[in-house]
Design a protein around this ligand. Structure first.
Ligand SMILES: [Zn+2]
Length: 497
């Protein structure tokens, strides 16, 4: 083409644009309807005092997700390359907007995409499956991309474009207008709900105090994960103890018959992350995972039982904060209360075969540490739980697993040891200095409580009495101590034991 023709063409295009421009005005918000993680709906129904059948699944904004608006036009007979016109992050209500009053009025396609990603959290798709190679985890989630989802697609001609409907990840209904397939696809909907769960967990932890907030960021959840080298029967979700971000891998097998994309698993794994970020020496957890394919129950070392118990205990604590109205003790398979001495020393089903009859046993077993944490922070006196006391000593299984130590739970409330106080034992005297964090050598009952005393979470007398109360073979009951002056604070109910 000669130079003169190019100039003429440029002038012609400019003239056309000046004569006819179209306005594109997009003002939308991105949301998810909680149809997969049912705790959102059940908690709402419980707070309203109605059945879940009487309410619609609640809708949450997808706050802080990445969005971009792209367009493309025809080049000859085919569509050209997508060009990004604008991008950003949704606000706290999931809102974003884009206005251009000066678009050329040509036929083109416009799409909106979102990705569950910002600098604080990411819900990723697996970038190739992670693999276990010997004891090494191969396949880093740090590079696992959060996929772009097409959430809006339109073809426009010489007209304005106005779009102000909400964009909702949800199950398509029978009489629906067609929606982009990714909005209705189960895995993307679960990822969207996990996004909300991670956001709320981060807020809940930060609400306890800035020092308890998750760091470093982003928090990464990879869903679904299916490691080829591990059989489906054995595979579990896990949090990587080695990677600086401690990415969480949530297991789902290929045909979806085993799917751990649920609230309790995600919270459990994320609380592992919190512990890994605030302790030293947790790398050995990976070896435990690889060698025994299991980090639960009782172990020779205290590391795995401590971390497993903390993750479960802490996930119960945050579950209570995030889903008010749902009774945490019956929601979880592990009891959310101290175990009775009778349970500890009988080695019943819930504890595996292990009989815990001294302090040493407690700290080597997941249920032992669970009982320690719950004893320290029990939020309500035991009698409020309405445990039938007495019952035959032959009672086994779940009822005995859920039998709290009879009067043990009473002092905690007036001791005033809160969940945050317990977390402060991890951080040490200087919450900012990582060198102060809990070490593997501190993971015994003696050292953990001694650290709590150093930090003024407990007095020396309270530490002594707490240890006596926890002793599976001891006989001290809360009412026999002046541990927390509980009689003064609570008044003594008339209950017979
Ligand atoms: Zn775990």
């Amino acid at each position: 083409m000669k130079l003169a023709s190019v100039t003429a063409l440029a002038v012609l295009l400019a003239a056309t644009a000046a004569q006819a421009t179209c306005t594109y005005d997009i003002d939308s918000r991105v949301q998810v309807r909680h149809e997969r993680l049912r705790e959102f709906e059940r908690s709402l129904a419980a707070r309203m005092g109605v059945s879940v059948n009487d309410i619609d699944a609640p809708v949450s904004p997808l706050a802080g997700v990445k969005w971009r608006i792209q367009g493309r036009s025809r080049v000859g007979l085919v569509w050209g390359t997508w060009l990004t016109w604008d991008e950003g992050y949704t606000d706290s209500q999931g809102r974003f907007d884009y206005v251009d009053p000066d678009k050329s009025c040509i036929r083109r396609q416009v799409r909106i995409q979102v990705a569950f990603e910002n600098d604080r959290q990411r819900v990723a798709a697996p970038a190739g499956w992670p693999m276990l190679l010997g004891a090494v985890l191969v396949g880093s989630a740090a590079s696992a991309p959060s996929p772009w989802y097409d959430v809006f697609l339109a073809e426009v001609g010489s007209t304005n474009l106005t779009f102000d409907d909400p964009i909702v990840f949800r199950a398509p209904a029978a009489n629906d207008m067609p929606i982009p397939p990714t909005l209705g696809e189960p895995l993307s909907r679960t990822r969207a709900e996990i996004w909300v769960l991670v956001s709320r967990l981060r807020s809940a932890m930060a609400s306890l105090g800035a020092e308890y907030a998750f760091d470093p960021t982003p928090l990464i959840v990879v869903y679904p994960t299916d490691i080829r080298e591990i059989s489906n029967a054995e595979e579990q979700s896990f949090a990587d103890p080695i990677h600086p971000n401690n990415p969480v891998y949530i297991h789902r097998n290929a045909d979806g018959t085993r799917d751990q994309g649920n609230v309790k698993t995600v919270l459990h794994e994320l609380m592992h992350v919190w512990a890994y970020q605030n302790t030293h020496g947790e790398d050995a957890m990976l070896l435990e995972l690889v060698m025994s394919r299991d980090t639960h129950a009782c172990k020779d070392e205290t590391l795995a039982p401590f971390h497993e118990a903390f993750a479960e205990y802490a996930s119960q604590q945050v579950f209570e904060m995030l889903f008010p109205g749902l009774p945490v003790d019956s929601e979880f398979s592990s009891p959310a209360r101290p175990l009775s001495r009778r349970t500890l020393t009988s080695g019943v089903d819930c504890l595996g075969d292990r009989v815990m009859d001294d302090e040493h046993d407690l700290e080597h077993c997941e249920n032992g540490w669970m009982s320690i944490f719950h004893t320290l922070t029990m939020g309500a006196p035991l009698f409020e739980y309405g445990d039938p006391v007495g019952g035959g000593v032959t009672a086994l299984g779940d009822s005995l697993c859920r039998e709290a130590t009879k009067r043990l739970a009473i002092p905690a409330m007036s001791c005033g040891v809160s969940f945050a106080d317990l977390l402060s034992v991890f951080l040490g005297a200087n919450a900012v200095d990582k060198g102060d964090d809990l070490r593997a050598a501190d993971l015994t009952l003696q050292e953990f409580l001694a650290r709590a005393v150093d930090l003024d979470v407990l007095s020396a007398a309270q530490m002594r009495d707490t240890k006596d109360l926890l002793d599976p073979e001891g006989s001290l009951e809360a009412e026999d101590t002046s541990l927390c002056e509980w009689k003064l604070n609570l008044g003594l109910p008339n209950f017979s034991l």
